[in-house]
Ligand binder design. Sequence first.
Ligand code: AHR
Length: 355
Amino acid sequence: MKKKLLSFLAIICSLCVMCGCATEQKDYTEESAAQAADSISVGFSQVGAESDWRSANTDSMKSSLTKENGFDLIFMDGQQKQTKQITAIRSFIQQGVDYIVLAPVCETGWDSVLDEAYEANIPVIIVDRMIQINNDNRYSCFVGSDFYLEGRKACEWLNQYATAYDIAKEDIHIVDIQGTIGSTAQIGRTKGLVESAKKYGWDIREKTSGDFTQAKGREVMAQMLRQYNNINVVYCENDNEALGAIEAIEAAGKHAGSNLKNGDILVLSFDGINETAINYALEGTIACIVECNPLHGPRVRTIIDSLERGENPDKIEYVDETLYSSVNVIKSVTVDGAKYDVTLLTQDVIDSREY
Ligand code: AHR
């Protein structure tokens, strides 16, 4: 890309000279050519704009891969459609970018297009969610969340909560508002719930997708509340769905909170970006939020810098994430023998967060 851009700009410079353009204009063009030659071009295929998490992630990428930091970023919004993301990647390949960054909407179906990127010698960095592919060498590395771990952390919190408040396993009736079906975030969080429900003997009434949006979260929750009269836990696979579910709970004349013995519906959620959701967790309307960290921009920048130096960054990099609780009784949860602190959500905690 750098080479192509240089020759293109050199032609423009010569044309300017031939046409007798002003000297100032010529100097400016030469300077731009030099800058463009130095910058690293990155094509970023983003999932879409379905949630507050996604917007925070887009901001993080755009504010890290800037011109001032030496990047030329081409941003493409996939509008939650894999076909659009594949088209974007093909256009990045045609443009001869230096790097492709992909936040995949779903895990499968990337083989052909990533074969094409590989043949074109363009390194691919997978961000946020994972892909399943025949040849692992089709991408350089992955940075993002461990969604399966996130799901199990939420369920360990629920198990300890039930124990602390003497709620029998057969009295727990859960509905799962899943994320976009086939995305790593949905697969991991749903798997964490299904396995934990089996382990602890909880009843999962229904699993249905809310597409990670508030509107769909509200719609499916309203429908499930009409269908089942004993739901007392809603496991929302992101905060936007949780906001929609709470609207549906209130519209049905019920109360979102932690007092299950008094008829509350306990809301579990993921992300911790949306301000209303965080404030709901502060006041107890949402019982627990497992953080999903969206700040991948600086991480991708570090990876590209390291690839530029000819190094081999870690193939898989999971980010550390906090578990926020609205109640003080649960201090830590243990998953696969590893202990994770639980953070009681307070105003000070909110004020000290990076986002
Ligand atoms: O992949 C991360 C998930 O995608 C976030 O939890 C969700 O809000 C987003 O849309």
